[in-house]
Design a protein around this ligand. Structure first.
Ligand SMILES: [Zn+2]
Ligand SMILES: [Zn+2]
Length: 366
């Protein structure tokens, strides 16, 4: 069969005829439907020979694979020929530690190096791929395996960053995605499906920001010195509950940290190599305090949706509906004055808060 292979470290990959694989005990041959390409492929090609230790080239590239089960080795149970499957690329995982057992093989405690199909092992840029253990296969049912292939890396990377953050991304909060490439577009879709947050996309490219809107972003912000301020303004001064940095350079990290709210989370999946100082007073930055903001927070967070009484939030207790309405009316009056200066977003935000505050107070029966 014809395969696209890295023959030597730091050389241009080439097409090469190789033998079709066959499944030994416990192994599975998958007929490849889709094999994704991403930035990792460039990294793999650029590695020095010494990096590969016991797994040097030649090997077939392609680490994002989905297809159909072609051949089952002896002892493999739970799969049939023709099953549509995605291939978990964490092939250096042990399968026994608590990370592996909880489905996080990518965080295996005992993997000695990053090894995967196309990264030290023969990968998916070929008609067939030999999967060394059946545990790396995930049944995908009716999902089109061509479209499912990038889920195994680009999709999983962003999903694994967003899933643990979900308890903090409450409805009406703000979630920010910085860098709208392949990862960023997956992130926007996951956030749209899994949360009720306002999604803000940040990028330097107008075309990318347009794409972000098409994929579900509520607001777009051009990256740069003013980006964090715009995010804070869009979030009514509160800041972002979650920031996903898909770039990872100094500038994007600075934007992400400056946009954070209290008890928020910044996750970095971009391998840009940037860093930022971590400081008790700077992460997250002090929010701009204001009586309107405090009143609005108490209206929204004093309700039962947070699973506790308002007295846990504020020693003065939750606001009564009358006090809340009074506060909101005062806030409305101030923002109306501001809006005459031309900023209509303040009015839109205020209306959203009034609705939520009333709903919460109704639920509480006050
Ligand atoms: Zn990849
Ligand atoms: Zn493990």
């Amino acid at each position: 069969m014809l395969a696209y292979r890295l023959l030597n470290a730091q050389t241009q990959p080439e097409f090469q005829e190789i033998l079709e694989p066959h499944a030994g005990p416990g192994q599975v041959v998958v007929k490849v439907a889709g094999s994704g390409l991403c930035h990792t492929d460039f990294t793999v090609v650029s590695r020095e020979r010494s990096y590969w230790k016991d797994d040097p080239p030649p090997f077939t590239l392609g680490h994002e694979i989905a297809g159909w089960v072609e051949e089952l080795g002896t002892g493999v149970k739970g799969f049939q020929r023709g099953d549509a499957v995605a291939v978990n690329p964490s092939w250096a995982s042990c399968g026994r530690c608590h990370m592996c057992r909880s489905g996080e093989e990518n965080h295996c405690l005992y993997q000695k190096a990053i090894r995967a199909p196309g990264v030290g092992y023969d990968g998916g840029h070929a008609p067939y791929v030999l999967v060394p253990e059946a545990r790396f296969l995930v049944l995908i049912g009716n999902l089109n395996p061509v479209e499912a292939a990038p889920l195994t890396d680009a999709g999983l990377t962003t999903y694994a960053a967003i899933k643990p953050a979900l308890p903090g991304i409450y409805p009406g909060s703000t979630a920010v995605v910085i860098g709208i490439g392949g990862l960023g577009l997956y992130a926007i879709q996951f956030l749209r499906q899994l949360t009720g947050a306002r999604i803000v996309a940040v990028d330097s490219s107008e075309a990318r920001l347009k794409l972000a809107r098409e994929y579900g972003a509520d607001d777009i912000v051009t990256s740069g010195a003013g980006a964090a301020g715009q995010i804070r303004e869009l979030s009514r001064g509160i800041g972002a509950a979650f920031v996903l940095d898909c770039v990872g350079v100094n500038e994007t990290l600075a934007t992400g940290v400056a946009a954070l709210s209290w008890k928020s989370r910044l996750a970095m999946v971009g391998a840009g190599g940037g860093s930022i100082p971590f400081d008790f007073f700077k992460v997250p930055p002090w929010r701009p305090a204001g009586d309107e903001l405090e009143r609005r927070q108490r209206c929204v967070e004093g309700g039962p949706r947070h699973g506790r009484s308002g007295s846990d939030q504020d020693p003065r207790g939750p606001l009564s509906s009358q006090r809340c309405e009074t506060g909101v009316r005062r806030f409305q009056a101030r923002t109306s004055r501001r809006s005459r200066g031309g900023d209509s977003r303040w009015i839109g935000s205020t209306r959203g808060v009034i609705v939520r505050a009333r709903v919460l107070l109704t639920q509480k029966g006050t």
